[in-house]
Write a protein that binds this ligand. Structure first.
Ligand SMILES: *[C@@H]1O[C@H](CO)[C@@H](O)[C@H](O)[C@H]1NC(C)=O
Ligand SMILES: *[C@@H]1O[C@H](CO)[C@@H](O)[C@H](O)[C@H]1NC(C)=O
Ligand SMILES: *[C@@H]1O[C@H](CO)[C@@H](O)[C@H](O)[C@H]1NC(C)=O
Length: 226
């Protein structure tokens, strides 16, 4: 194994190469004009129209208006961040409809509503219960535990079912539940994510720490030693 100082020296060489690349060609930040990674100031001069800002020790270039994503050399905003739109003075205001996600051209005119809302007469209206997407009162997508039936989201009959093709046919049980005789039952082992056939037979465990071996969740490192 290489001694620690050898690693350190290799690290410095890499750092110098990065600094060289950054100082002599484009900066990583597109809105930065001059940068120097070696001095710990990735950017020290921004493109015209952008100002240097600091956040948790990082410096970056952004438009003067914190809600603005793109601005011109004279500082005029041309595009706001999601959830904001331009006003008459070309500054960014939150969309006037609080359930709107996109009102870029005019903060008072919504063109796309947030998830679970749909645009009806220029207003974002909540979708019916269980819908994650709709067109007015017609559901087009249902959330977990619901099945789409002719524009309506109908709850799966088994309340521990995650997805059902129709209310009586469960395709997938909720996490930590498994199909036991056609019903979603809670798996016996609390670290079990999916069980099959029997609540005590685990087929998939939660996270990386555990792995299913012969229907049981065992710690991954112990499974490797077997
Ligand atoms: C800023 O520049 C844009 C075009 O890049 C122009 O339309 C606008 O009038 C300018 N605004 C001011 C205040 O100079
Ligand atoms: C946004 O949706 C919430 C929940 O449906 C509702 O209470 C609120 O009034 C809506 N806001 C507007 C501006 O319509
Ligand atoms: C929503 O429904 C209306 C009429 O029912 C239809 O004209 C429109 O195209 C639909 N919009 C979407 C996004 O499907």
């Amino acid at each position: 194994m290489a001694p620690p100082f050898a690693k350190l020296a290799l690290g410095s060489v890499l750092l110098l190469q990065v600094a060289f690349v950054m100082g002599n060609s484009r900066c990583l930040d597109d809105n930065c004009e001059s940068c120097n990674a070696r001095k710990g100031t990735p950017c020290y001069k921004c493109q015209e129209g952008y100002v240097l800002k600091e956040d948790l020790g990082n410096s970056y270039c952004a438009c003067e208006d914190p809600a603005c994503n793109l601005c011109t050399t004279n500082g005029t905003c041309t595009q706001c961040f999601v959830g904001y739109g331009l006003d008459e003075e070309q500054s960014c205001q939150p969309c006037s409809d609080s359930n709107c996600s996109w009102c870029g051209a005019d903060y008072q005119t919504c063109t796309e509503c947030a998830m679970g809302f749909s645009l009806v007469d220029d207003k974002c209206e909540a979708c019916p219960e269980g819908c994650t997407a709709c067109n007015g009162t017609q559901c087009t997508e249902c959330g977990y535990g619901y099945s789409l039936q002719e524009g309506e989201c109908v709850a799966c009959e088994d309340k521990n079912c995650r997805t059902c093709a129709d209310p009586t046919t469960c395709d997938e049980c909720a996490p930590s539940y498994g199909d036991v005789n056609g019903e979603c039952k809670q798996c016996t082992d609390p670290v079990c994510l999916t069980c099959d056939g029997k609540a005590s037979v685990c087929t998939e465990c939660r996270g990386n720490r555990y792995v299913a071996v012969d229907g049981k969740c065992v710690i991954t490192s112990e499974a490797r030693r077997r």
